[in-house]
Design a protein around this ligand. Structure first.
Ligand SMILES: NC(=O)c1ccc[n+]([C@@H]2O[C@H](COP(=O)([O-])OP(=O)(O)OC[C@H]3O[C@@H](n4cnc5c(N)ncnc54)[C@H](OP(=O)(O)O)[C@@H]3O)[C@@H](O)[C@H]2O)c1
Length: 212
């Protein structure tokens, strides 16, 4: 199974606005390119905060007969509201992966709207997630963050590819995350460089593909 991060970042490397959300900074071309990546994937992993803050639409809109990837949502604590696009507009019933700590809460709130897979642990280990997705037969999985989730999968050495769109804005405010965010650095980050395998310019944006 191949796992690919897909994120857009500003010229100063930020992936969220000062209000903690991401909207309005990507072009029509970027949305189309995202749909290309999604149409090549069978599942798409989303973080809890991204769903709460951004309420993303994961259904492909650029091509009429594309197969939509299945949303996979990781929630360690608590739950998320049911009135999010991911529950209302997906072709597939989302897969929610939770822990033994929040299973009861997740069942109460999402039982009829998602397939629920509870891990027998208090944390969601990314390797367990890729194991579950492999067993379900998924071959190309897109990880659409946010930065906390991206960090967890990178720290587990589970990411094969990174798609980055550079958008032509500079935010400047300190403390806003880049594509991966945690209190510690990735171990041996300076010994693990990524290979640039593709770069395309469209309008004022650059679309980069890096691989291991
Ligand atoms: N620029 C872009 O392309 C782009 C794309 C996506 C998102 N974003 C931005 O990113 C922001 C959110 O980023 P974020 O980093 O705060 O949140 P996130 O990565 O979306 O979600 C993190 C949350 O997911 C849960 N989680 C479950 N398993 C986890 C694991 N193994 N590792 C880490 N977290 C796990 C945790 O919540 P619990 O412990 O509470 O369950 C954690 O706080 C959004 O507001 C959005 O604006 C930008």
């Amino acid at each position: 199974m191949k796992l690919s991060i897909n994120m857009a970042m500003t010229l100063d490397g930020k992936v969220v606005r000062p209000d903690g959300r991401w909207y309005g900074l990507t072009s029509k071309e970027d949305k189309q390119q995202m749909d290309v990546y999604r149409s090549q994937s069978d599942a798409i992993i989303l973080g809890k905060n991204s769903i709460i803050n951004d309420n993303p639409i994961v259904k492909i809109r650029a091509f009429s007969n594309a197969l939509n990837p299945r949303p996979v949502i990781l929630i360690r604590k608590g739950t998320i509201p049911i009135d999010k696009h991911v529950f209302e507009e997906s072709d597939h019933i989302p897969l929610v992966i939770c822990t033994k700590t929040n299973l009861k809460e997740i069942k109460t709130s999402l039982e009829n709207r998602a397939e629920i897979f509870a891990l027998d642990a208090d944390d969601i280990e990314p390797k367990k997630v890729t194991g579950i997705l492999k067993r379900k037969g998924y071959q190309n999985v897109l990880l659409e963050g946010g930065p906390k989730l991206n960090f967890s999968f990178l720290a587990g050495d589970l990411v094969d590819r990174i798609y980055i769109t550079v958008v032509p804005y500079i935010i400047g405010k300190n403390g806003l995350p880049g594509i991966a965010n945690h209190t510690e650095e990735l171990p041996e980050f300076d010994k693990n460089s990524w290979k640039l395998v593709n770069s395309v310019t469209k309008g004022n944006e650059i679309f980069l593909t890096y691989e291991k």
